[in-house]
Design a protein around this ligand. Structure first.
Ligand SMILES: [Zn+2]
Length: 190
């Protein structure tokens, strides 16, 4: 069985949506890549700064609230002070973190890097992603392999596409990645 790997390439971190006081309406905010740190007595507050795309009003996503500096590994703390790009991206791509801050988040734009193939072929397909992505596996597969909803469902219900471990491929989401088994079949079977 041939092994194939698809990798999710993210085009940009997701925008968040919230009410902007200055604009007087709900609008999109994008990540500035900058952290803000406030030291109060023995405690730190750390935020990731977002900016309204219309007026540059800022909104702060809370990373840490009232933590003692000693409780954060020195390297991580340094990353916050230096506005480390990879560290800011890690938070900006974390949809659960953003939703936990009480804003609406649109899943990020992405493309799927890897070879397409015929669903008749016997293939072990691993879909890798650097960041958790809550898109449906079905829509990802259908788009990449050019399958209609009906064709995809037939392949799943007839057991020609399976996953390891077993998940409901009609509705499961990619999240941290998945491995699929295409068992291979003559084209007339679906
Ligand atoms: Zn605004």
């Amino acid at each position: 069985m041939e092994k194939k790997i698809w990798e999710i390439q993210f085009l940009s971190p997701p925008s968040v949506f919230k009410y902007c006081k200055k604009c007087g309406k709900k609008t999109a905010f994008t990540c500035s890549g900058q952290f803000r740190i406030n030291a109060q007595r023995r405690y730190l507050d750390i935020w990731l700064i977002y900016k309204c795309i219309h007026c540059s009003a800022t909104w702060n996503a809370e990373v840490f609230s009232r933590v003692s500096p000693q409780s954060i590994p020195a390297e991580l703390l340094d990353g916050f002070y230096q506005n480390d790009e990879a560290l800011a991206e890690r938070y900006a791509m974390d949809i659960a973190f953003l939703r936990g801050n009480g804003v609406e988040v649109e899943p990020p734009q992405y493309s799927v890097i890897g070879d397409s193939f015929s669903p008749n072929e016997a293939v072990e397909l691993e879909i890798k992603t650097a960041y958790s992505l809550p898109v449906r596996v079905s829509s990802l597969i259908r788009a990449k392999l050019h399958l209609s909803q009906k064709e995809y469902l037939q392949l799943v219900t007839s057991g020609i596409i399976q996953s390891i471990p077993t998940q409901d491929l009609r509705k499961c989401r990619l999240n941290d990645g998945i491995t699929l088994i295409f068992k291979g079949c003559p084209p007339y079977l679906w």
